[in-house]
Write a protein that binds this ligand. Structure first.
Ligand SMILES: Nc1ncnc2c1ncn2[C@@H]1O[C@H](COP(=O)(O)OP(=O)(O)OP(=O)(O)O)[C@@H](O)[C@H]1O
Length: 341
C-alpha cells in the first residue's frame, strides 16, 4: 500500500542551520494494517506523517501509495489523491463556526458532491461515529472525544483507503482515548482501511496497532509486529517504550543479586498465547534434569492475546542447561540469558 524509499526531510532553522528531521528512511506499510510510528519528542513523527500526504515536501526520496509516487504528481492529481487520504489531528482542526454536520459535509463539498449525496453521507457518518444527536451542535459545545469523532467522520467522508492519524488521542482523557481507539479499530475493520498513526504513547500501539516502527532523531531504529516488539525489543529506546506499559524491568531485588554476583543462571522466557509456557518449561525440567525456579513473572494482554515473561533461575549441569535453553528456543519461546551465573 505505502512504500517509502530513501526519504529525507531537511528544514532550515532561524539561524540558517540545516535540521535533518527525517534521514534516509525506508518503510513499507501493507494494506489493511494499523501501523503505528512511535518516537520521543522531536524524533520526526509529525514531519513523517505530513510527508505521507505531501503536506510537507520531501527533500529527497519517494512516497508511493498504491504504486503511485506522490512526489511526481502535478498539483491537480495530488489534490485528487489527497481526497482519498483521510487525516485526523491532535487538535481536531474543526471549523469552529460550523456545526458537526457542516464540518462533515465540508470535504464532500470540496470534492464536488451534490447536495442530496452530501446530506445522506453526513447522516451515515454521524451514525457511524455515534453523533447523530449532535448534528447541529458547534465544536465548542462538544467534549474532546466528541470533537475527535467529528474529525474521524470528516476524514472518512470521501471514503479514503488510507487514514493518517497525528497524535489523535494525545489531548484526550483515558476514557475518551479508549473509545476513540476502539472506534478506529472498528472502522478499520468495517471499511478495510489502512491506518498509519503517530504517537508518543506505547499504550496506543499496544491497544490497536498490528505493526510498529520506532523512530529516533529522524532514523527508523526498529520495526516489526507489535507482539514481537513487545516480546523482544532490540534497542534501548524501544525497551523503554515497552517498559512504560508492560512491566518488563527486573525487580530491584533481582538486580541487586546480579550486581552482587549472587543471582546464578537467569533467563527471561517470553511467551505469546496462554499456556504455551508451562508444559514446555516443565518438560525442559524433566528432560534435562534442571531445576527452574520462577523468580518473577508478568502477564498482560496485547489486543486480547495473552503475553508474558517469566524470569527463571536455572540450576543443573552446565551442558544440560545449554541444551534446555536450546530446547525452549526451538519451542518458539523467546529466551534471553540475563545473567550467566
Ligand atoms: N517547520 C520547521 N522548521 C524548522 N524545523 C522544524 C520544522 N518542523 C519541525 N522541525 C524540526 O524537525 C525535527 C522533528 O520535528 P517533528 O515535529 O517532526 O518531531 P515530532 O517527533 O513530531 O515531535 P513532537 O512529538 O514533539 O511533536 C525537530 O528537531 C523540529 O524542531
Amino acid at each position: 500500500m505505502i512504500e517509502i524509499r530513501n526519504l529525507d526531510k531537511e528544514y532550515k532553522n532561524d539561524k540558517g542551520d540545516i535540521i535533518r528531521a527525517i534521514e534516509n528512511l525506508n518503510l513499507k506499510v501493507n494494506s489493511g494494517e494499523i501501523f503505528g510510528i512511535i518516537g520521543p519528542s522531536g524524533a520526526g513523527k509529525s514531519t513523517l506523517i505530513r510527508l505521507l500526504n505531501l503536506l510537507e515536501k520531501p527533500t529527497a526520496g519517494s512516497i508511493e501509495i498504491d504504486g503511485v509516487d506522490l512526489t511526481e504528481l502535478d498539483n491537480k492529481r495530488l489534490r485528487e489523491t489527497r481526497q482519498k487520504i483521510g487525516m485526523i489531528f491532535q487538535n481536531f482542526n474543526l471549523l469552529s463556526t460550523k456545526t458537526v454536520k457542516e464540518n462533515i459535509i465540508f470535504p464532500l463539498k470540496i470534492a464536488g458532491k451534490n447536495k442530496s449525496f452530501r446530506r445522506k453521507r453526513a447522516e451515515e457518518l454521524m451514525e457511524l461515529v455515534d453523533l447523530s444527536d449532535r448534528a447541529d451542535h458547534y465544536p465548542a459545545q462538544l467534549s474532546g472525544g466528541q470533537k475527535q469523532r467529528v474529525g474521524i467522520a470528516r476524514a472518512l467522508a470521501n471514503e479514503p483507503k488510507l487514514l493518517l492519524s497525528d497524535e489523535a488521542t494525545s489531548s484526550l482523557d483515558p476514557d475518551s482515548t479508549e473509545s476513540i481507539l476502539n472506534l478506529l479499530r472498528d472502522i478499520q475493520k468495517e471499511m478495510d482501511l489502512t491506518v498509519v498513526l503517530i504517537t508518543h504513547e506505547m499504550g496506543v500501539i499496544k491497544e490497536i496497532c498490528d505493526q510498529v516502527a520506532v523512530i529516533e532523531q529522524g532514523n527508523l531504529i526498529e520495526q516489526g509486529n507489535v507482539l514481537d516488539i513487545f516480546a523482544r525489543p532490540k534497542t534501548e529506546l524501544t525497551r523503554r517504550f515497552v517498559s512504560s506499559v508492560f512491566d518488563y524491568n527486573l525487580p530491584p531485588r533481582i538486580i541487586e543479586d546480579i550486581e552482587n554476583g549472587d543471582a546464578g543462571r537467569l533467563v527471561r522466557v517470553s511467551f505469546i498465547e496462554e499456556g504455551t509456557d508451562k508444559p514446555i518449561i516443565s518438560k525442559m525440567i524433566r528432560k534435562f534434569d534442571i531445576d527452574a525456579n520462577i523468580l518473577y513473572g508478568s502477564i498482560d494482554e496485547i489486543r486480547s492475546i495473552p503475553f508474558g515473561t517469566l524470569v527463571l533461575k536455572l540450576d543443573g549441569k552446565e551442558s544440560r542447561i545449554e541444551q534446555g535453553i536450546e530446547f525452549l528456543q526451538k519451542k518458539d519461546l523467546i529466551v534471553e540469558v540475563i545473567n550467566d551465573g
